[in-house]
Ligand binder design. Structure first.
Ligand SMILES: Cc1cc2nc3c(=O)[nH]c(=O)nc-3n(C[C@H](O)[C@H](O)[C@H](O)COP(=O)(O)OP(=O)(O)OC[C@H]3O[C@@H](n4cnc5c(N)ncnc54)[C@H](O)[C@@H]3O)c2cc1C
Length: 607
């Protein structure tokens, strides 16, 4: 990057004046990355030598759809079409990602080669090879990046899939800590997905670990996002539960980091974004006691007019302020364009009787206006809410027995029986995104007189596009300990006093290149993206300068450094400069990405 561009990038940062280690001219070493047609591309002998060092774990990557043009008999193509909507398959296929692309932003494309790493030593070999040959390394965990950061054409993929070993350690002491009581922790390989961890920690061992709501998200990717699960309003963020990590940095060193060793890097891994500071190979997370009961409320309120819907929103914001902004509640409420309010909430630590007593006044208010409002259960049968033993929450066989259809098992022959996904999450597997945005909503918006502004904004925004509030993705109302632990992470501090994260998204059918019939409808995508942008714009007017969750955000987010990390950005940038001064690791809108690029690599634009 040219000096002038560096300076203008710096000037664009709102906090340039406080940058602790602004990169000097000599600090920026932008070298052209090497692509396959480049004379510097590694020779077959050099690839073979790497393969030898890896014990045969180097693979050439192709999209399984690349053979579809050869006819109906191509077995990889047939298999991929059959399991296109299975998130475990998309995780297991190095040539694919969970999303097939994002309109105007990126389209999923395979790397040239992948290192199917077994351990940190394999990862270190891959990192050294990429650095030496100036290749772009790309890291794929389970492939859920909305920003398209776990795939890039012509790159060397570091694929963590096989590093999924999990053990519970009863007396864990983080590296570098000289004193203090040991505590229970779970050690999880970077390639595991949350369902692997929930199976080991909750279903088998009857304990709790804070992971993601979507059970097929990758463990290391979620930790580095900050990470929310359904019960984060009680247990806090996933990053805040990190006790130690093993990470391979750009210099090829394998480091074990904690709050007591390489504390700056450890802090950056807690929400500073994936694919940026190194390759995480293993994490150690706190293990907690499991509550007795988890529960859920699933209901739909259909309003029959604008004015009735306004009344529902007004009443709901009041109800939510009094009853939902506390450690017991999580997940979502959606305000739909067609005057519908859907409740998909989960609870913890509440019996069914307590839940009924709490919701009764709100439901009674709705039922009292049958001409204007209609209350329905969103699940089969008349049940609006229920509670169950928490130990079975991630137990696919329990759901199959008690409420078939809630979870979908991985249908592939030989798949572990506990591999299943929440059926409601399934629609996103293979999806082509049309638009996406998120915004943290501060707790103060629920207080009078701001509450009226919030209710009006929710109504107006929902005229443009459906708005979903994720109560578990904001920590207002969480226990003090959870808030303080999250304060010591790299996430945007806006999360600490937000009562919810508003998320708006739209997508269409899968558009993987080569998939027969794939034909993204770009005019529809543009229309939907612009409706999302109008809708989030209305919400942003009541939260000027508001934060956005790095891993669930708009690819085109303006002022992304501030939106994703707030006042933490200068510190994160200094850590990036310290551990990766040449910018080996690069992801779109990752820390430091304004200084480097995937230069030399085909832009993943759709046009
Ligand atoms: C369907 C869906 C559901 C989601 N649900 C939730 C949710 O419930 N809660 C929540 O908080 N977020 C959620 N997210 C966002 C998700 O947490 C992030 O996208 C997360 O980074 C995904 O990790 P991954 O391994 O699955 O994805 P990947 O795309 O493989 O990785 C994401 C990023 O992390 C990097 N990365 C992955 N592994 C490593 C590693 N070992 N070392 C260094 N970098 C690495 C990748 O390079 C990439 O930049 C969801 C996303 C999707 C698409």
């Amino acid at each position: 990057m040219k000096r002038r561009a560096v300076l203008s990038s710096l000037a664009a940062l709102p906090f340039a004046g406080v940058l602790p280690a602004a990169p000097s001219r000599s600090g920026i070493r932008m070298r052209r990355r090497v692509r396959p047609h480049d004379p510097l591309w590694p020779s077959p002998a050099q690839w073979a030598a790497l393969n030898g060092r890896l014990g045969g774990r180097l693979i050439q990557v192709h999209s399984p759809f690349s053979g579809c043009g050869r006819g109906a008999t191509d077995s990889a193509c047939q298999y991929a079409i059959k399991y296109l909507h299975d998130p475990y398959y998309l995780r297991d296929e190095p040539g694919l990602t969970q999303l097939s692309g994002y309109a105007g932003a990126w389209i999923s494309r395979p790397s040239a080669y992948a290192v199917r790493a077994r351990d940190a030593a394999d990862v270190a070999a891959a990192v050294e090879f990429a650095r030496h040959h100036r290749l772009l390394p790309v890291i794929k965990g389970a492939g859920h990046s909305y920003q398209g950061t776990s795939d890039a054409p012509d790159s060397l993929l570091i694929w963590t899939r096989d590093m999924d070993h999990i053990t519970i350690e009863e007396s864990f002491v983080p590296v570098g800590r000289a004193s203090g009581r040991p505590q229970p922790a779970v050690s999880i390989g970077a390639g595991a997905v949350w369902m692997d961890a929930y199976h080991a920690v909750t279903t088998v061992a009857g304990r709790y670990v804070q992971g993601g709501g979507c059970a097929t998200v990758g463990v290391a990717g979620l930790v580095q996002s900050g990470g929310f699960g359904s019960f984060s309003k009680h247990f806090g963020t996933c990053a805040a539960a990190l006790l130690q990590a093993e990470v391979v940095t750009a210099d090829g060193r394998i480091r074990r980091v904690s709050a007591h060793r390489d504390a700056d890097l450890f802090w950056a891994l807690k929400g500073g974004g994936g694919g940026t500071f190194g390759v995480v190979t293993r994490v150690w997370l706190r293990v907690r006691e499991l509550p007795d009961q988890f529960g859920a409320v699933f209901a739909t309120i259909q309003a029959h007019s604008d004015s009735a819907f306004r009344r529902v929103i007004d009443r709901f914001t009041l109800f939510c302020r009094e009853n939902l902004v506390n450690p017991h509640w999580g997940e979502t409420v959606t305000f739909h364009r067609d005057h519908k309010l859907t409740l998909s909430l989960v609870s913890n630590g509440l019996t069914r009787a307590r839940m009924e007593a709490l919701w009764q006044p709100f439901f009674a208010w709705v039922r009292a206006a049958p001409k204007d409002l209609q209350l329905q259960a969103s699940l089969p049968g008349p049940t609006l809410l229920g509670a169950m033993p928490a130990r079975h929450w991630w137990d696919a066989r329990f759901w199959e027995r008690e409420m078939p259809g809630t979870m979908t098992p991985d249908p592939r022959p030989g798949a572990p029986t506990y591999h299943a996904w929440w059926t409601g999450d399934g629609a996103q597997a293979g999806e082509f995104l049309h638009g996406y945005a998120s915004l943290w909503l501060p707790r103060a918006l629920l207080d009078e007189p701001q509450r009226e502004r919030l209710a009006n904004a929710l109504f107006d925004a929902s005229r443009q596009w459906d708005v979903t509030l994720h109560f578990n993705k904001g920590l207002a109302g969480a226990p003090r300990e959870a808030v303080e632990a999250a304060r010591d992470t790299a996430m945007n501090p806006a999360v600490l006093d937000a009562f919810a994260l508003a998320i708006l998204g739209a997508g269409g059918p899968s558009a993987f290149p080569g998939l027969p019939g794939a034909n993204p409808d770009l005019p529809v995508a543009r229309r939907e993206a612009s409706a999302i942008s109008r809708s989030i714009g209305i919400l942003r007017r009541i939260v000027p300068g508001g934060g956005s969750y790095v891993s669930e955000s708009d690819y085109f987010q303006a002022d992304w450094q501030h939106a994703f990390w707030g006042a933490h950005y200068p510190r994160l940038l200094a850590i990036k400069m310290k551990y990766d001064p040449a910018g080996l690791f690069f992801v779109h809108h990752g820390v430091g990405s304004e200084y480097w690029s995937a230069d030399g690599f085909s832009p993943k634009r759709l046009g």
